[in-house]
Design a protein around this ligand. Structure first.
Ligand SMILES: O=P(O)(O)OC[C@H]1O[C@H](O[C@H]2O[C@H](CO)[C@@H](O)[C@H](O)[C@H]2O)[C@H](O)[C@@H](O)[C@@H]1O
Length: 265
């Protein structure tokens, strides 16, 4: 029995989802493809990049939902592929990592980005410069790097300056990506929107309309693609500005909706 305020919000979300955005997944499972962000969308945010965990039941529900959609469910994340994979093991879904720069297709083939020596040097130098900035975390993601200040907001401006000059050193193959309490340098060759478009050219995604769900700035690129292609875009949590057509109030509510959608019919 749901009795708390939070639970009432969840009930409202569930009713809305069944009637609207996500209810159509059940009604027309062959017509839709689902693209899901990870941090802040499928899993709750944590104080540190490594401090996240996968809530009980999520992996099983994603597996069931993927089967229901004929495999047309992909993760689209800023994480690198190995980190994302260990979060959802033993499930191995089609996935785009590093904000769209890397991809594993449904057939298992990989499209990865090689990091060069200069980028490795740049990451080492970022770590060295910030070593005494208490609370700042430099997350090495291979061909991308994130500077986190969730535990040290006083360092935000200094990090902006350091990341801006690191970006200049990295060269035109890289771009700056802002996110929740984080500044990243990522390969510029693809965005999450481009990754969604690439999946939609391949089986089993081809011929379906995209539903994209995310919570952060990087997800706006896939919202735009979904809108342009006659699909649906859903933002988790409120935002001052978003291209998303609908809002789901939190990751916990989204998980409840996904659990409902994954129920055997
Ligand atoms: O595209 P996503 O799957 O949402 O990944 C975006 C970034 O998520 C992670 O950072 C965010 O989550 C951390 C853990 O909850 C949190 O501490 C941090 O403040 C958030 O920005 C991840 O560490 C990044 O690499 C991802 O790009």
């Amino acid at each position: 029995m749901l009795t708390t305020d939070t639970s009432r919000e969840a009930e409202a979300d569930l009713a809305q989802a069944a009637d609207g955005p996500l209810g159509i997944l059940l009604a027309e499972p062959d017509n839709w493809a689902l693209f899901l962000d990870i941090d802040g969308t499928l899993i709750d945010l944590a104080e540190t990049p490594d401090g996240v965990s996968t809530p009980p039941g999520l992996v099983e529900n994603l597996d069931r939902l993927s089967q229901r959609l004929g495999g047309a469910l992909a993760l689209v994340t800023g994480r690198n592929l190995p980190f994302a994979d260990q979060l959802f093991a033993p499930l191995s879904l089609p996935i785009a990592g590093l904000h769209g720069a890397e991809r594993r297709r449904t057939d298992g083939t990989l499209d990865l980005v090689e990091e060069d020596d200069a980028f490795q040097t740049l990451k080492r130098s970022l770590t060295r410069v910030t070593v005494d900035w208490e609370g700042v975390i430099i997350e090495d993601k291979g061909a991308a790097v994130a500077a986190h200040f969730r535990q040290a907001p006083q360092w935000e401006q200094s990090l902006e300056a350091v990341m801006a000059s690191a970006l200049e050193a990295a060269g035109p193959g890289y771009t700056l990506q802002r996110g929740k309490m984080v500044i990243e340098i990522r390969p510029s060759r693809a965005s999450k929107g481009a990754a969604v478009r690439a999946f939609l050219e391949e089986a089993p995604f081809a011929g379906r309309k995209p539903i994209t769900i995310g919570d952060d700035l990087t997800d706006e690129a896939m919202f735009k693609v979904a809108n342009d292609l006659g699909g649906m875009s859903i933002r988790v949590g409120e935002a001052d500005q978003t291209e998303a057509q609908a809002i789901i109030s939190s990751a916990v509510h989204l998980r409840q909706i996904l659990a409902q959608l994954a129920q055997p019919s």
